[in-house]
Design a protein around this ligand. Structure first.
Ligand SMILES: Cc1cc2nc3c(=O)[nH]c(=O)nc-3n(C[C@H](O)[C@H](O)[C@H](O)COP(=O)(O)OP(=O)(O)OC[C@H]3O[C@@H](n4cnc5c(N)ncnc54)[C@H](O)[C@@H]3O)c2cc1C
Length: 377
């Protein structure tokens, strides 16, 4: 027997869920197919950071802010915990402080809401920051932390209960031949389809993916045991290495000097694409990372050297009661070398929306709103 819907979404990672939300709020009948019993790829393996400050000024920064607004709406409606604690980039070297100060000066004119903090003010915002030799911090109030494992698990229930979105977990989509979709042992007749299959380039539309120029990025991650009750990280923390990582800081004339010093002094951080980010989960653990290894073939074995470098670096700015590592894992996302994400028609009625790189949590709901607006017009 054939089922029917107005639109099918393939993939129940954050991109698929955001598109399901955007379609359902327009009154469309939505079905979501996820090949695994529960989504377990990049969308549950990340820091859970909604991080507008990392997006370059202009269109992408605006998209991140739009996405953030949808996130808050969904998190509140689904009664999911989140930390609206903002972010701090803490700096301990003069060349890092130059970049952070320069950005704080330029940023308001570029649409960011952030400012430079002196050491005492930074420590007042987060007791987790090591005070020795702290020069200051770039503070931004907008960043939000969600608990990705919890959120990606609960949002499907919310979408089902509130909007009647149908979910088929454990149903891999094998073929899309509009208007028919074959998934698991079911056939569906749909008007449109959106393919959000993350870093699977081989199953659906392999020729299109092969020509798209995408690659994979592997990130190693760590998580501490829960911190004592009542201890709070406060803002999500980043530090000097992160200033060379997010494209937003590319506007700073002082950045090349910082990058050069890091390359000369600590080439191992460049080699493994390491910077230091810290976020806190709903249960109080700290999520720590990350590293970046590029290439279609992912090394399935983690490198202890990378974990060691990350922990050493994070230990230069973070003091938390419990630093014992409870979990280690890696995640993989799809990335285009030049474009922040890809969105294009693969066939009449079928749109692929993929590869938001390291910003999929940040941009997902904004991208999804744009996709649906384009479909409606
Ligand atoms: C370690 C790590 C840390 C990160 N930290 C952050 C962060 O803090 N903030 C941020 O903004 N971004 C972050 N990112 C990036 C972000 O996690 C990704 O951009 C985002 O999760 C990608 O979402 P997605 O839905 O496209 O992909 P995925 O999460 O990979 O989801 C794709 C889904 O499609 C399913 N699927 C594939 N093929 C089929 C098929 N044929 N049929 C049915 N289902 C299929 C898969 O099983 C999968 O569940 C991080 C990424 C990683 C790896």
């Amino acid at each position: 027997m054939e089922n029917s819907a107005d639109i099918a979404i393939v993939g129940a990672g954050i991109m698929g869920l955001a598109h399901a939300f955007a379609a359902a709020t327009r009154g469309w009948r939505v079905v979501v197919f996820e090949r695994e019993p529960r989504a377990s790829r990049a969308s549950v393996r990340n820091f859970g950071l909604i991080w507008p400050i990392g997006q370059p000024h202009g269109i992408l920064h605006q998209l991140a802010q739009r996405s953030r607004a949808h996130w808050i709406q969904v998190l509140n409606a689904a009664r999911l915990p989140y930390l609206s604690t903002g972010s701090m980039h803490v700096v301990y070297r003069e060349d890092e402080a130059d970049v952070a100060r320069e950005f704080a000066e330029l940023a308001p004119g570029l649409g960011y809401n952030c400012s430079w903090l002196k050491p005492d003010d930074a420590i007042e915002r987060s007791a987790a920051v090591i005070p020795d030799r702290l020069i200051g911090a770039l503070w931004s109030p907008l960043e939000v932390t969600v608990d990705p494992r919890l959120t990606i698990g609960i949002v499907p229930h919310y979408l089902n209960e509130k909007f009647n979105v149908e979910f088929r977990f454990g149903y891999a989509v094998r073929s899309i031949d509009m208007p028919v979709i074959e998934a698991g042992n079911e056939r569906w007749r749909v008007d449109r389809a959106i393919v959000c299959t993350g870093e699977d380039f081989e199953t659906l539309y392999p020729d299109i993916y092969a020509a798209a120029g995408l690659t994979r990025v592997k990130l190693q991650m760590l998580r501490t045991e829960p911190q004592p009750a009542g201890w709070q990280l406060g803002p999500a923390l980043a530090a000097g290495l992160t200033l060379r990582f997010y494209p937003s800081f590319g506007v700073c004339r002082s950045l090349p000097r910082l990058k050069q010093r890091i390359t000369e002094e600590t080439p191992e951080y460049d080699r493994w694409g390491i910077h230091g980010l810290v976020s806190q989960t709903a249960c109080g653990e700290l999520t720590l990372g990350d590293s970046h290894e590029y290439g279609l073939t992912v090394d399935v074995f983690n490198r202890e050297e990378i974990d060691h470098l990350m922990l050493n670096y994070i230990g230069t700015f973070l003091r938390a009661p419990i630093m014992r590592v409870a979990q280690r894992w890696y995640g993989v996302y799809a990335k285009h070398p030049d474009r922040p994400y890809l969105s294009f028609d693969a066939a009449p009625g079928v749109r692929i929306v993929t590869s938001p790189g390291g910003a999929g949590m940040t941009l997902s709901f904004g991208i999804a709103a744009e996709t649906l607006e384009r479909m409606e017009s």
